[in-house]
Design a protein around this ligand. Sequence first.
Ligand code: ATP
Ligand code: MG
Length: 334
Amino acid sequence: MTDTDKSMTEIDKSMKSYLQEISTLKYIFFGGKGGVGKTVMAGATALWYARQGRRTLLASTNPVHSLSGLLSQDVFGRPTPVSGAPNLFAYEIDTRETISRSKQEIRDKIQWFLKFADLRTKADEFVDSATMNPAFEESAMFENMIDLMFRDEYEVYVFDTAPTANARRLLGMSKVYSLWVNKMMKSRQEARSLREMLSFSKKKEPDPLMDYLTGFRDRMEHARLLLTDSARTSFFFVTLPEALPIAVITRFVDWFHEFGIPVGGVIVNMMIDRSTITDGAAEFVQSRARMQEEHMRTIREKFSGQVRAILPLLETEVRGLPMLSRTADLLFAD
Ligand SMILES: Nc1ncnc2c1ncn2[C@@H]1O[C@H](COP(=O)(O)OP(=O)(O)OP(=O)(O)O)[C@@H](O)[C@H]1O
Ligand SMILES: [Mg+2]
């Protein structure tokens, strides 16, 4: 084996040993640039857990129909048992439904607020300004993901394409959120006691806004605890041996370290198998393989100790359970 061959095949700690060592893991996430194989890796990991006899949910918050395609089975809109894979359930979250539900919740809150403040303004204007921005969709999906985690109906959750920016924002903002919510709660409490003092009735008034603020603060704190607990949560980053996907995960890994979100490691996908390249191979193939080797060097430098698997570029795309099962064997090789 030459040095280059060795640097390409050597894995610091395999995906399998890593997941076996942290047997308490419950929430597994995959992130990375578009099209690098996040859905495939999430599917293969969920299948592996299910094979260990763990009741596993593979969930996607991705707006495109990714899981149904991967499994060649309709899993849209509700957690669905995957046929041919005992213990495995898959769930493609209905983005449109989630978003319209979130909009309705916001509308209700704004209406409470306007009523409390004795304002006669219509809620619609406020609702539109709160929901007509791209971050709102991501937030709605993030809330949905958290709900799923809190319901706790599975032993293992594998999330395809975590709303990464949101996880980061949530954690970065959690201190600010708490400060803000606590401040809001304090001033509401003061306003209430004043009102109660001035009122003749000793009856306690209901306060939906206060209840909402308390609930929101508790949910955020609970989510933060789960997402930063390295015994339960792990984020994996998928990359290709190419410059842009590497740049993307470098940024993610840095962010995540900064916010204390546990990073499980890096998976390199679509590596051209050098043993299949003969001397007579097309120059195109040879030069791509050389390029991949170069980038592999960068990956090993940047993510030393964190590379969990290197998967070959397969002869077709990964679709259907037999092909997914083969991919799981590659991802969880010893
Ligand atoms: N090792 C591989 N060999 C061959 N094809 C692969 C391999 N890994 C993934 N693919 C294929 O590459 C395509 C992209 O993979 P996948 O959908 O998992 O990426 P993704 O990161 O989830 O993309 P998106 O960002 O669009 O959600 C799919 O058609 C998949 O079947
Ligand atoms: Mg995907």
